[in-house]
Design a protein around this ligand. Structure first.
Ligand SMILES: [Zn+2]
Length: 503
């Protein structure tokens, strides 16, 4: 045997690939994987159906209905509308501990409509929303993995429960603080957050940034700007002074901070002193206590701007999300299973397609990824995701699955080209297999859960979770309602009308 082959054999033995090292855990995983392979068509149908719904945050009515029906038929207990959000879906099978929750979302993005398989910007419905981050694939992966785990739990009489939390409106950082506040994760032992990516990968530590989104509305008094300006109280002056005030502060902030704003109300016309002015801020940092400290300074600047202009103001925190905290003990389990599952076997056509697409986008023509990324702390991204809050109340694993072409930019029409392709379908299967095997390990290894909890306790004792949303905050249920009402009739012409069923 060639020495390279010996190495491969040893590697295969080490990760339990060969039949003669099969043990009970492998048998369970094999059953989960067979279940997923058998249901490949239904899995693709779930992901594809959600793609064509293309629903914006808080308006995921068709998507959550399809997911609920799929999970109801699969024997799950489902609840739609929890935590005061009509499209918030929770599904669960089993009872008691351990309780493992899959966390994900299925919302689309404004103006994301794109004709699949076309390598240039070509909306199906001009101006309409669409999936240009592939969140549609999340529904496929989560439901398939949970169903496969259920099959294993039934056959092997495992105690505990597997749940899925589909949180609405991830793209606007809305739902998770509310779901956490409502106590859904209180009895959970672990959460696994999944997201589409270029590769099968996990990590640990802080994955991204804390963010606080807040709108300040200043109220003044109108007056004729030429005839009696001294009778006016200029709310737009207050907006400007707030902007200048924060600009002065920037130099004195830690280099990790980010803050950006847009002026959403800036008066009507020059000869009317504006009685209303509005500015919308995002304040971010590498951790929430630091973001909150900067935010509190911003609030003081608003007070100062109001005082200087004799106006008043309302502060409205729209959303707030903690950075995702990846648990190392859980990441190690995900990594082991990602390596056992491996990347999909891409066909030559898929590789050629990916290279051609990359060529069209003028990015490196590397094709599709064929090797599972090594475990290591990925650099912390300055983006934010509201699922971060979950990871501060329960130990959380984070993983991505390979259902996108490397080099495509998310939140761009490019990312709307392949989420219903065979590349996405194969990625969904690899993601579901990794997720199912990970949950089976957690269900059957109390020591790993204990280790994950100890690590979690250590971090959260040093930096305890606190809610940033005011206690009386309510989810914005009408968010994106007008846009969906405008585009849904035209978009509905492309609905697939499928009722995917797992067996
Ligand atoms: Zn996303």
């Amino acid at each position: 045997m060639h020495s390279k082959n010996v190495k491969l054999l040893l590697a295969a033995v080490a990760i339990g690939f060969l039949p003669f090292v099969a043990n009970a855990a492998d048998e369970k995983k094999q059953l989960a994987w067979d279940t997923i392979d058998r249901n490949a068509q239904a899995i693709a149908d779930v992901g594809d159906s959600i793609y064509w719904f293309g629903e914006l945050g808080m308006q995921e009515f068709e998507s959550s209905k399809l997911l609920k029906a799929t999970l109801d038929a699969a024997g799950f207990k489902t609840e739609l509308g929890g935590a005061g959000m009509p499209t918030n879906l929770w599904a669960e099978w089993g009872s008691g501990r351990p309780r493992i929750v899959i966390v994900t979302e299925v919302d689309a993005l404004p103006e994301g409509s794109q004709t699949p398989d076309v390598m240039e910007h070509k909306p199906v419905v001009r101006g309409a929303p669409g999936h240009m981050e592939g969140h549609n694939t999340h529904g496929a992966v989560a439901t398939a993995a949970a169903f496969a785990v259920k099959q294993v739990m039934e056959k092997y009489k495992l105690s505990g429960s597997v749940a899925i939390s589909f949180g609405p409106s991830e793209e606007t950082l809305i739902s998770r603080p509310y779901i956490v506040r409502a106590g859904y994760f209180k009895d959970a032992d672990a959460a696994i957050y999944l997201h589409i990516g270029y590769d099968l990968a996990t990590g640990y530590g802080l994955a991204n940034y804390a963010a606080i989104s807040s709108t300040f509305t200043f109220h003044g008094k109108t007056a004729h700007a030429a005839v009696d300006p001294w009778d006016g109280k200029d709310a737009v002056d207050a907006v400007e002074l707030m902007d200048i005030g924060f600009a002065k502060l920037r130099e004195k902030l830690h280099p990790t901070y980010r803050a950006h704003r847009t002026i959403t109300m800036g008066g009507i016309q020059p000869n009317i002193i504006a009685d209303t002015g509005q500015i919308w801020w995002f304040v971010r940092d590498a951790n929430m206590p630091d973001a909150k400290e900067t935010y509190d300074k911003l609030v003081n600047i608003a007070k100062g701007a109001a005082l200087m202009t004799q106006t008043t103001y309302d502060e409205h925190i729209n959303a707030a999300g903690w950075p995702q905290l990846g648990n190392k003990a859980l990441a190690e389990v995900i990594q082991k299973n990602a390596e056992a599952v491996g990347d999909p076997e891409w066909s030559n056509e898929e590789q050629e397609y990916a290279k051609k697409f990359q060529g069209a986008l003028k990015v490196k023509q590397v094709g599709l990824i064929t090797k599972v990324a090594p475990l290591g702390s990925r650099p912390q991204s300055a983006s934010s995701n509201d699922s971060g809050d979950v990871s501060w109340v329960v130990p959380a694993g984070i993983f991505s699955f390979p259902a996108a072409v490397p080099g495509v930019q998310f939140h761009n029409w490019q990312a709307g080209v392949t989420p219903v392709s065979s590349i996405a379908h194969k990625g969904e299967v690899a993601g579901a297999k990794t997720l199912a095997a990970t949950i089976i390990d957690l269900m059957t290894s109390p020591d790993v859960l204990k280790q994950a909890k100890a690590e979690f306790d250590q971090v959260t004792t040093a930096s305890p979770y606190f809610a940033v949303l005011p206690t009386d905050a309510k989810p914005p249920l009408d968010l994106n309602a007008a846009a969906m009402a405008q585009f849904r009739p035209e978009m509905a012409k492309s609905y697939l009308h499928k009722a995917p069923r797992y067996n």
